[in-house]
Design a protein around this ligand. Structure first.
Ligand SMILES: Cc1ncc(COP(=O)(O)O)c(C=O)c1O
Length: 480
């Protein structure tokens, strides 16, 4: 029996061999992959920021999955043709749609190292070095926000999960029995609505707070709504403010909202997924005052710290509240001893086993230094002001309100005809050309174009080119 099993096991070895390439094979694979990455990065400066997927043959492999391994060079060619190019190129310096970030190369190296060592970063006692790194990185984020000692947080896959984590924390801390009311404006990101559904608070009393002409929540309207509820015997539970709305980058009046929350005992959550981390640079700090008074802040390093997609963060002023909401134990999880490096990441997060994502944030901060991030953020805010000023100086353009951060919502004012239809055609034309990628939204029911400047690769020349592209496209449509 034992001998039979031994020979059966030996017979399996050749089939498994591709799972563990030897040193020479690893080097060859790495060289090929690195060459592919170099070619991709080298093509960004002049390549399109959008390529029509219909033209790009998003074709399946035939067969899609095969029993035997394939030629790596052919697979990389397939990725280049059918995955890298079609659709939007978010790494392009001229990608200014939705909320960009760019995707730092140092983070790709961090991901590679994390995946190679496959370090388990859930429990402090199992991987004290990894847990310490995550705790130190979170502590840095909390300090950037201005939180005191005792704050804690967790890295998530993005802003949506960061907001969800915060809302569950708020529910456990202040609304375990339900019945509390929620206050937010219509500019809140739709992930808040999703989070409230998942957290079983979709049917909680919800007050839609009016916004001003710059799309910011009106503190006087919030004050009224809170006072009305208190008078009616309804308990204010959660106020969700935006530190940079996705539509227009508007920052709600955080200091005034903090004051109102303190007065009424409401949980103050700031969705800073787009804009919160701008507090690192002086221009951002000027408009984000009050964020440090939040109970929880959702952040997205894959936006405002330029990381590749897959890294959000949530920080809680009182780390114990995050711990109370998410810590759990089980017989099959036994600590390996005292680690002395702070809490276990798994006790502060809905996740247990996950990618050691800290490295993709920690490594670029170490290699590039904080000053590089601060300068790049300052540049983005100034580029947005520049873009706004350039449009303001042109006849026929409505540059919208002065940007709070780095998103400008703007429109063209055609001499005649339907302005809404014109702006929709204008956006489509610019997108189809593919040189510069902008996206759109609706403000007060009307279509507006948005220029979201947040890639670390976007500089002055790209903004000048964007203005030229817009002016040319509008003139062409006017003459049709
Ligand atoms: C203000 C704001 N909140 C939340 C999100 C959701 O973040 P994510 O797409 O990382 O889940 C975004 C994304 O653009 C955002 O801009």
């Amino acid at each position: 029996m034992i001998d039979a099993l031994r020979s059966e096991l030996a017979a399996l070895a050749p089939a498994m061999a591709p799972l563990e390439p030897d040193a020479a094979a690893r080097e060859a694979l790495m060289n090929l992959t690195f060459g592919h990455a170099q070619e991709f990065l080298g093509g960004l400066a002049e390549g399109p920021s959008y390529q029509d997927p219909a033209e790009a043959h998003v074709s399946p492999l035939e067969p899609e999955f095969a029993e035997q391994g394939r030629d790596p060079a052919a697979m990389l060619a397939y990725l280049g043709r059918s995955v890298d190019r079609p659709g939007i190129t978010t790494a392009s310096p001229r990608f200014m749609g939705y909320i960009p970030g760019g995707g730092l190369f140092h983070s790709a190296l961090g991901d590679f190292l994390a995946a190679t060592a496959n370090k388990y970063s859930g429990f402090a006692s199992a991987a004290p070095g990894a847990a310490r790194l995550e705790n130190a990185t979170i502590a840095w984020l909390a300090r950037v926000i201005g939180f005191p000692e005792g704050a804690a947080g967790t890295l998530t896959s993005g802003g949506s999960l960061a907001n969800l984590t915060a809302i569950v924390t708020a529910r456990e801390a202040r609304d375990a029995e339900g019945g509390g009311a929620i206050y937010l404006s219509r500019t809140a990101h739709h992930c808040i609505d999703k989070a409230l559904r998942i957290a079983d608070r979709a049917r909680a009393p919800r007050r839609l707070i009016a916004i001003d002409h710059r799309h910011r929540m009106r503190a006087d309207a919030l004050a009224e709504a809170l006072a009305r509820d208190v008078a009616d015997g309804i308990r204010p539970w959660l106020v969700v403010a935006s530190a940079g709305t996705v539509d227009s980058g508007a920052v709600d009046p955080l200091a005034e909202i903090a004051e109102l929350c303190a007065r009424h005992g409401a949980w103050f959550h700031v969705d800073g997924a787009y804009g919160g981390l701008f507090v690192l640079c002086p221009e951002g700090r000027e408009v984000l005052g009050g964020i440090e008074r939040a109970d929880t802040v959702a952040l997205d390093p894959h936006k405002t710290l330029f990381l590749p997609y897959g890294t959000g963060a949530v920080v809680a002023r009182d780390g114990r509240q995050l711990f109370d909401a998410f810590s759990a134990s089980a017989d099959y999880i036994q600590p390996l001893g005292e680690s002395g490096v702070g809490p276990s990441p798994a006790d502060l997060s809905p996740e247990l086993t996950r990618h050691f994502r800290t490295l993709r944030l920690w490594l670029p901060l170490q290699l590039a230094g904080i000053a590089a991030f601060r300068a790049a953020q300052s540049e983005k805010i100034r580029l947005a002001r520049y873009f706004h000023a350039r449009l303001s100086a042109l006849p026929d353009w409505d540059p919208g309100p002065e940007p709070d951060l780095s998103v400008v919502a703007f429109r063209y004012r055609p001499a005649t005809g339907d302005a809404d239809a014109f702006n929709e055609r204008l956006l489509r034309k610019v997108q189809e050309e593919g040189r510069v990628f902008l996206s759109g939204t609706r403000l007060d029911g009307a279509p507006w174009l948005r220029c979201a400047i947040l890639s670390f690769r976007t500089h002055l020349a790209h903004i000048d080119e964007t203005v030229d592209v817009l002016v040319r496209a509008a003139a062409a449509l006017q003459s049709e």
